[in-house]
Design a protein around this ligand. Structure first.
Ligand SMILES: [Zn+2]
Ligand SMILES: [Zn+2]
Length: 357
């Protein structure tokens, strides 16, 4: 097919910004120096950090600036993950599965991120903390821990949509409270519980700040949650320079779908608050109309190192926080060890039982 082509290893660089002024080699973002550095001759180029990050107006969700010219989209043929790379960058392996069969896609990368938390620790530090984490997995097979080889580790910005809303809810419905009453049945007095329903209507306001919605289905959100926190004070305005030597996971959760998810969470929160207002425990029906007095969004990139290890033909991914080095993810499990520990647990319970007898 014409729309896909194998990434060409001698592809001509079209982006001149990130070439070393002294030797012409590629510059990459150095997390320790927080600057662009030439890997060939060591020349440093400062980056201007713009920390004046504003929320974007909602209309921009429909007309937001595309990410054009300087970046390309690649897709892994093995697991399907899509990444955004600088045009002049060569990607040999997929961070999620370690596969080298990566093709360039002829597609636009979509909305350009406006905010980024730059990487703070470098690849070597991330590798070390990831291997240390894997070695510390008690339930992993000893044979695996003896010789851990990462099947690649790559700095990858992970997309997150965040929404703010100053919101007014108009509601009407029928709610219920749990009540008790004393009744006499066959001459016996007993207490019964029942639900007393009543009609409600009114208004309530709320301000919602930074509701996070993941922008990617390739990244396991559970583990992104586990490597938090990220230092939100280090938000800066996005610049393509941060991508030099790194990848960005391509968002596949569309901005409007992300907003629907955020709005559903706002609605759920209002429902809880409205029920609390009346001390209600049951909902017969509750209609909540939201009007957003003002709403805005940010498209944020979080710094994560993504790595893969292969063990007995299975791939396990780890996620390392690019600011702090905190690791979470998957590791191979030894069923023998899990079995032994469960047996020991059972034995301990039996021993305790016999002792108490
Ligand atoms: Zn140079
Ligand atoms: Zn892959």
């Amino acid at each position: 097919m014409a729309e896909e082509q194998i990434v060409n290893f001698d592809e001509k660089s079209e982006s001149l910004h990130y070439k070393c002024p002294s030797c012409g080699a590629a510059l990459t973002f150095d997390p320790e120096k927080q600057a662009l550095v030439c890997e060939h001759c060591g020349t440093e180029q400062k980056i201007e950090f713009d920390s004046d990050v504003k929320e974007r107006s909602f209309e921009e969700l429909f007309s937001a600036e595309g990410w054009k010219g300087d970046v390309k989209v690649i897709q892994c043929q093995n697991c399907g993950a899509r990444e955004v790379l600088q045009k002049n960058q060569i990607s040999a392996t997929c961070p999620f599965c370690g596969s080298a069969s990566v093709v360039e896609k002829d597609e636009m990368p979509g909305v350009k991120p406006d905010t980024v938390i730059p990487f703070k620790i470098d690849e070597e530090v991330a590798k070390k903390s990831c291997i240390k984490w894997l070695k510390g997995r008690f339930f992993s097979p000893s044979a695996f821990k003896k010789n851990i080889k990462l099947n690649g580790l790559k700095g990858c910005y992970v997309p997150v949509w965040t929404f703010d809303s100053d919101c007014l809810a108009s509601y009407s419905g029928r709610l219920g409270r749990t009540r008790t009453r004393t009744v006499v049945i066959n001459g016996k007095t007993t207490t019964q519980t029942y639900v007393e329903y009543f009609y409600v209507s009114g208004q309530m306001d709320g301000f919602y700040n930074d509701i996070y919605v993941s922008g990617s289905s390739s990244v396991n959100q559970k583990f992104v949650g586990k490597v938090q926190p990220f230092d939100i004070n280090e938000y800066v305005r996005y610049d393509d320079k941060f991508l030099a030597g790194f990848m960005a996971n391509h968002y596949d959760v569309q901005p409007l779908d992300a907003w629907k998810n955020a709005e559903q969470r706002i609605r759920n929160d209002f429902q809880t608050r409205i029920m609390n207002r009346y001390g209600a425990s049951h909902v017969d029906f509750l209609d909540i109309k939201l009007s957003h007095v003002s709403k805005s969004f940010k498209y944020l990139m979080l710094p994560l190192y993504i790595s893969a290890v292969k063990y007995k033909n299975k791939v396990y991914n780890q996620y390392t926080n690019g600011q702090t080095g905190k690791v979470a993810g998957k590791a191979p499990l030894s069923w023998l060890k899990i079995g032994l520990v469960s047996l020991l647990g059972i034995a301990a319970i039996v021993a305790l039982y016999l002792l108490l007898m």
